[in-house]
Ligand binder design. Sequence first.
Ligand SMILES: [Zn+2]
Length: 151
Amino acid sequence: MENLEEEKKGAKKFCANCGKEIAKGSEFCSHCGTSTKASVRVETQPTNYSNNNNNSYQNEYANLANIPSEYKPISMWGYFGYELLFSLPCVGFILLIVFSFGGTQNKNLRNFARSYFCLIIVLTVILVLLFVILGIGGAAAYGSYSRYNNW
Ligand SMILES: [Zn+2]
């Protein structure tokens, strides 16, 4: 008998809203009508949510602080600034070479400089090819023109 009563006591639930005793199986408080599940959810969820938010923000800041200077991320405006810098005539190209070949500790910046360097090489090759093709075409046209004139 004692065991049974203790079991019953252990199974008892109390309303989160009014604090009164609720029957074991019921989902609503018989005194104030609050849903036992809803009241629990309302109590725990907002605090968990804000805690998670705080934690993720804190983790993000902690992670940023823990990143070594070689891997520090560059902001969008940072990239934009470097892009403008690299597009300067002469000075930009020198900076590009310096950053591409170990002039900076930051790997993000170095990779960005290298990718920009590759782009410039590709563009230069295309320009040179265009000039060569146009030059050959021009020379051929000029050759045929001068031949025509001589003849
Ligand atoms: Zn209640």
